[in-house]
Structures are given as C-alpha cells and as structure tokens.
Design a protein around this ligand. Structure first.
Ligand code: NAD
Ligand code: TYD
Length: 337
C-alpha cells in the first residue's frame, strides 16, 4: 500500500511515520510537508534513507505539489495543519489558509487521483468547551462550537471532508482526538515546554490559575487508533479518541512534571490567561473501543513519566529546536537530492 502523509515532519505525523514504517515495512510512504517552524526532519532520521520513504517539501495549498504527491496513492493520512491555539490568536490568516484551503486542495486532488481512502486528523477543540467539575464528555454527536481561530479552522476542515463524501463520494474517515503528548513535540505546547524549561532551570508559565483541564492522549496510543480506523473503520464515520485520566488540571500536570524531575514548585509562574481559554476538554471514546477494540495502553501518569524520561535523554533534539538549529537540517540532508 502507498500512503501520503501530510505534515509528517510535525509532532504527530513523525510519530505516525515511525510507527507505520516499523509495523508495515512493505508499505511505502510519501511525506508532504511545508516545513514551517513546526516541521522538523530530525525527528525522522531513523527512516530518512529507507527506500520506501520519500520526503517532498511542499505546501498542501499548492495544487501542483499536491497532485504530484498524490500519484498512485491508496491512502491519505492528513495531519498537516497550523496547530497552536496561541499562534492562531496572534495571526489567524495562515490557519484559514493551511487548515481550510489546504484541506480542500488535498480533497480535490484525492478525488482526481481516485484515492481509496482519505483520513482526516482533527481535534476535540471543534466541540468547544465543557464546564469545570462536570462529568460531561465530548462524543461523536456533540455539537460543533469552536471558540478559537484554530478550532474554527479545524471545524471548517471537518465539514469539508464530510461534504466531499456526501457530494462527490470520496471515501473518508475522521478522528477527533484530545491533546497529544510524547516524544518529538515542539516545545511550545504545555508538556514539552514545561519539561524542557524545568530541565533548563527556567520558569514554567501557567496561564491564569492553571485550573483548566485537558484530556491527555499519548501519541503512540493515537497512532494505534488511526491505524485501526484506517484499516477497520467504516467509510464516512467519525471516531473520538482520548486518554486514560481523570480531570487533571494544567497546574497539576506541571507539578507532576516538576516532581518527576526532582524540581521544586518555585519554578511555576502564573501568567496572564489566554483570551477565550477553553476550560475543560474530555473525550468519550466508547465508540472506537466498542467497534474497533481500541483503548490507551497506559494511564496518564505512566505515559507522562516515560515522556519526561524521553526529554531528559534527548536533550540534543529539543535544544536544537529551541535554538532554531533544526531548521538547517533540511538544507544539509536534502541539498543533493
Ligand atoms: P505540528 O504543528 O507539530 O505539525 C504540523 C506539521 O504540518 C508541520 O510539520 C508543518 O511543517 C506542517 N505544515 C503546516 N502547514 C503546512 C502546509 N501548508 N503544507 C504542508 N505542511 C504544512 O502539529 P501536530 O501536533 O503534529 O498535529 C497534527 C494534526 O493533529 C493537526 O491536524 C492537528 O490539528 C491535529 N491535532 C493535534 C493535537 C495535538 O495535541 N498536537 C490534538 C488534536 C488534533
Ligand atoms: P496547549 O499545549 O497549547 O494545547 P491546547 O491549547 O490546544 O489545549 O495548552 C494546553 C493547556 O495548557 C491549555 O489549557 C493552555 C495551557 N498552557 C499554559 O498554562 N501555559 C503554557 O505555556 C502553554 C503553552 C499552555
């Protein structure tokens, strides 16, 4: 089988490529990625020289680049996106371009190339926010209520993907997942930011009072869920994916990381809250569990401890990200190709 992975140089996309190439060594993967600040080919060093892997530097909004990348592809797994809420508040335009126009460009090309399956990776944030302290969870029938430019753009992309199935018959699946964490995550998101700042002896900024709640999903659990959905999921269906945890606040997450690193909590710094900050996300993943047999492999504490160890052992990777040196890698590695 030939896959087109978009955004494969990003956090989840690179974990997915490593996962897939290890599990299905006879498949081939084309990775189409623009290499924005969030794209880091150093995360894919283990596979970059394999014959069944090809990297194409390109923009998903560029119809020609997309058409070339889509050649003879059986399955598209679409991760490419602008993904950071805080950046979407500072500059929404690029979110609309990549997440909406980029997705539509890919959908058109998938139709033309007659790909057998288009899988779209989306977020729980399209459903809005839940009340703190309530037991309510998001599920596949939850109403869309995006509240940030990021989640609004992802909501639009979900609608487009469904519309291309209804209107043109494109075979699709969608997953909406909660906050991911794990190796190779850009240290602008809470868990890698807190971990690497603590390792560097810097302060950890906690927005507001830190009482917001996220449903943390370990990235390899997420990759396994996508694997199940693309292999066994039903055409046109959506599956919600979340972690195994119970209402841990951001402040508690940061305190757990500090404890794992043997640091005291004086490093925690409360800063101005994010405008329109969603209070709580929680996912009901009954459907994917019941229909496809998926569940997280471990609970949050176990995965968090493994993640912190990974950042401790891979200082080179994140120090090069924080210094910006990772961006030179493409030039060095792909100059003569
Ligand atoms: P990321 O920001 O780490 O990576 C995004 C990748 O997309 C980067 O490699 C970047 O270079 C690439 N990209 C951006 N614009 C592009 C364009 N115009 N053309 C081609 N490539 C482009 O993101 P991530 O955390 O790996 O998220 C992957 C997907 O999962 C996104 O669609 C995101 O909305 C979704 N998601 C992420 C999370 C999370 O917690 N990280 C949670 C739910 C859903
Ligand atoms: P983030 O990792 O940006 O993901 P998202 O906004 O998509 O949920 O943030 C996770 C939570 O942590 C969110 O409630 C915002 C909060 N946060 C902080 O308190 N401090 C920080 O420095 C960051 C980046 C996030």
């Amino acid at each position: 089988m030939k896959l087109l992975v978009t955004g494969g140089a990003g956090f989840i996309g690179s974990n997915f490529i490593l996962y897939w190439m290890n599990k299905y060594p006879n498949d081939s993967i084309v990775n189409l990625d623009k290499l924005t600040y969030a794209g880091n080919l150093e995360s894919l060093r283990k596979v970059e020289n394999q014959k069944n892997y090809r990297f194409i530097k390109g923009d998903i909004c560029d119809a020609d680049a997309v058409r070339i990348a889509m050649h003879k592809v059986d399955l598209v797994v679409h991760f490419a996106a602008e993904s950071h809420v805080d950046r979407s508040i500072l500059g929404p335009a690029v979110f609309m371009m990549t997440n909406v126009v980029g997705t539509q460009t890919l959908l058109d090309a998938a139709l033309q190339a007659k790909v057998k399956h288009f899988h779209h990776v989306s977020t729980d944030e399209v459903f809005g926010t839940l009340k703190l302290g309530s037991k309510e969870k998001f599920h596949e029938q939850s109403q869309y209520n995006p509240r940030s430019p990021y989640s609004a753009s992802k909501a639009a992309s979900d609608h487009l993907v469904r519309a291309y199935r209804t209107t043109y018959g494109l075979p699709i699946t969608i997953t909406n997942c909660s906050n991911n964490f794990g190796p190779y995550q850009f240290p602008e998101k809470l868990i890698p930011l807190a971990t690497t700042n603590l390792l560097e002896g810097k302060k950890v900024p906690v927005y507001g009072e830190g009482n917001q709640v996220r449903d943390w999903l370990y990235v390899s659990d997420h990759c396994r869920a996508i694997d199940l959905v693309v292999k066994k999921g039903k055409n046109g269906e959506t599956y919600c994916i979340g972690g195994q945890m119970d209402g841990v606040t951001n402040l508690q997450v940061v305190k757990k990381i500090a404890k794992l690193l043997g640091k005291d909590q004086s490093a925690i710094e409360f800063v101005k809250d994010r405008p329109g900050h969603d209070l709580r996300y929680a996912m009901d993943w009954t459907k994917i569990h019941r229909e496809l047999g998926w569940k997280p492999e471990h609970d949050f504490d176990t995965w968090l401890a493994k993640t912190v160890v990974w950042y401790k052992q891979n200082t080179d990777w994140w120090k090069r990200v924080k210094s910006g040196e990772y961006q030179e890698y493409y030039q060095k590695q792909y100059r003569n190709r």
